[in-house]
Structure formats: structure tokens, C-alpha cells
Design a protein around this ligand. Structure first.
Ligand code: AMP
Length: 122
């Protein structure tokens, strides 16, 4: 199935400056900000700036520079919010209907500050 990017999604609007965000880090190709509805004491979203819907879309079609930038930003955010050298964290990316993705713009959740529990409910 092709990845069709909706430029009106809320993260695209954040990137255009139409909606405010609590920025943690901004790089050339990536932006990290606090989730508006945190599910844990630490809940930061790292998003790419390019028009990619899911992680597989990003991994398949983004440039090498974008891919490196995103992952380096991810590492820097983990260090900045104190989970990298601390008690750890969970990174989650949701995709599509089965992943229950709410915002169709690729992003990674960094969750920490507490034990995150089992991976999924059975
Ligand atoms: P997902 O289900 O992976 O697409 O998650 C989308 C996440 O974006 C949710 O955790 C929301 O709380 C978060 N979110 C939605 N709107 C905003 C916003 N304006 N600023 C920050 N986080 C947001």
C-alpha cells in the first residue's frame, strides 16, 4: 500500500509553526517535543521533519542525512531527558490501523521515569 502523507496532520502543523509545542531539541531534519498527554513521567516525541507517515516509510524513502539526523537526535534526547544513562526507557512507534497510530506523521515515543510494564496487554 502506498504511503499517502496528509499535510494537514497535527505534527505537520507543529512543524509549520501553526501550533505551539514544548521543544526538547531541534536539529536540521528532526524535532523533539513533550507529548501533550503524557503516558509516563517522561514522554517525549521525536519526529522527522520530512513528509513520512510511518517508520518503514521513513526508513525506505528518507535520505541518509535525514535517517542519521533522526537517530542522532533520538540519542541526544534520551541523554537530555536523563533516561539514557539512567533507569532506561521504552521507545515505541505506532503505524497504521493495527498499530493504532493517531497522528500520521512518523514519530518515536520515548517513555520513561517509571517501570513501563509489559510490552503489550494480552
Ligand atoms: P500515535 O498514536 O503514536 O500517533 O501518538 C500520537 C501522540 O501525539 C499521542 O501520544 C498524543 O498525545 C500526541 N499529541 C497529539 N497532539 C499533540 C500536540 N499538539 N503536541 C504534543 N503531542 C501531541
Amino acid at each position: 500500500m502506498p504511503h499517502i502523507y496528509d499535510p494537514q496532520n497535527i505534527f505537520a502543523r507543529i512543524l509549520r509553526g501553526e501550533i505551539p509545542n514544548k521543544t526538547v531539541l531541534e536539529t536540521k531534519h528532526s524535532l523533539a517535543f513533550h507529548d501533550i498527554n503524557p503516558a509516563a513521567p517522561v514522554h517525549v516525541l521525536v519526529i522527522c521533519k520530512g513528509p513520512y507517515v510511518t517508520y518503514d516509510h521513513f526508513a525506505a524513502e528518507a535520505s541518509a542525512a535525514e535517517i542519521v539526523d533522526f537517530h542522532r537526535a533520538f540519542a541526544q534526547v534520551c541523554a537530555q531527558v536523563g533516561v539514557a544513562a539512567g533507569q532506561g526507557y521504552r521507545a515505541i512507534t505506532n503505524a497504521g490501523a493495527h498499530g493504532m497510530q493517531e497522528v500520521p506523521h512518523f514519530h518515536m515515543h520515548i517513555l520513561g521515569g517509571q517501570v513501563m510494564g509489559p510490552l503489550i496487554q494480552r
